[in-house]
Design a protein around this ligand. Structure first.
Ligand code: ATP
Ligand code: MG
Ligand code: FE
Length: 341
């Protein structure tokens, strides 16, 4: 089926087209620059920007794929989780297109879509798989028996998400928002062992798959302030590398342990933080050592986009999952185990 996907959960208006598991186009408009001076996404600004970008982005996606609206077989839209006002713009637009074209509508989970996007590049996911989902608002370890209808959460962050920690540490270091990419770049010139930052929830008695990054964020801020107060120089490269190492060490250790504990030999990493070069390298190293097959989408597809929504929609159509009712609403706190509604 040819599936048109709508993503508006945060500051990206993403419209993607997928046929089966083949990526046809992935058009993106972003209001990121408009939020930068606030140091975070402003919901009202994001909603307005989605509204303005919607129709032109749909047309760009169709033109890039060389298809017309009449070719579309189904529509998928992010129903949640995310910013309510932002989600509503996508849901309203998707409903309008579905009604006008008389095609089924699927309200999909944004987090499951971050995992599903990998299928566009690496084919059908071997199930069961373990998925590490690390993004701006979420950090979870998932057991995925069936991406279309059965996703179980093994653990999650008890405070900050991994991406949130990158964004907050970037602020402390005077790096631009969002903080992931500039920290990733700065870390390449730094020493990951320069400073021993804490690894949350990794003590010998910690048997959970939960994460905690707020203590790490505070430790980095204290360390930097201490240096500044003492009039000593702060190496942005060393702090970035040491902070990043602490995050990816914990993420990869717990992901590999989840695979072992559940007898699963496939790991997929998704979400914006999956674009991190050190996370990808360390995960590969540890998966190789443990005999686990690792899959990570290209960095471009790790952050929010419409193709990931179309990819999950396509999976739902193929699995025969019922379409959404036309009174589908947005669910800002849609739980991860609810794949579609
Ligand atoms: P969610 O998916 O939880 O709703 P979101 O949609 O805002 O949140 P994504 O777009 O999936 O999040 O990811 C954005 C996050 O990814 C930001 O916190 C950003 O700093 C982080 N990120 C992006 N690139 C990198 C990178 N190279 N290294 C580390 N973090 C990164
Ligand atoms: Mg974003
Ligand atoms: Fe996201």
């Amino acid at each position: 089926p040819l599936v048109l996907g709508f993503e508006t959960s945060c500051d990206e208006t993403g419209i993607g087209l997928v046929r089966g598991q083949t990526l046809l186009s992935d058009a993106l408009a972003t209001s990121m620059a408009e939020h930068e001076r606030f140091g975070g996404v402003v919901p009202e600004i994001a909603s307005r920007a989605h509204l303005e970008a919607m129709v032109p982005t749909v047309h760009r996606s169709l033109a890039d794929a060389g298809v017309t609206l009449r070719d579309v077989d189904a529509i998928a839209v992010t129903a949640g989780p995310g910013l309510t006002g932002a989600l509503l713009v996508g849901v309203a637009a998707a409903k309008a297109y579905a009604l006008a074209l008389d095609v089924p509508l699927y309200g999909v989970n944004h987090l499951a879509a971050h995992v599903a996007v990998d299928e566009l590049e690496h084919g059908r996911l071997a199930e069961p798989a373990i998925a590490l989902l690390v993004s701006g608002g979420h950090s979870s370890l998932l057991l995925v028996p069936d991406l279309a209808q059965d996703v179980q959460e093994l653990g999650r962050t008890i405070d900050d998400a991994a991406g949130e920690a990158f964004d907050k540490v970037a602020r402390v270091l005077d790096l631009p928002f969002p903080g992931g990419p500039p920290i990733d770049r700065a870390a390449r010139e730094g020493d990951p062992r320069a400073i021993a930052f804490p690894r949350g929830l990794t003590g010998p008695r910690d048997a959970t798959y939960d994460f905690s990054f707020s203590g790490l964020k505070t430790a980095v801020a204290r360390w930097v302030e201490g240096r500044q107060r003492a009039g000593e120089p702060v190496s942005v490269a060393d702090v970035s590398a040491s902070f990043q190492e602490a995050v990816v060490d914990v993420l990869t250790a717990k992901a590999v342990r989840a695979c072992r504990d559940h007898g699963v030999d496939h790991l997929v990493i998704g979400g914006g933080v999956a674009a991190n070069s050190r996370l990808r390298a360390l995960a590969q190293e540890r998966c190789d050592a443990a005999g686990i097959v690792l899959r990570t989408p290209s960095p471009r597809l790790c952050t929010d986009n419409g193709a990931m929504v179309a990819a999950l929609g396509s999976r739902l159509v193929e699995a025969g999952v019922p379409a959404a009712p036309i009174d589908l609403g947005a669910d800002s706190s849609m739980p991860i185990d609810l794949i579609s509604r």
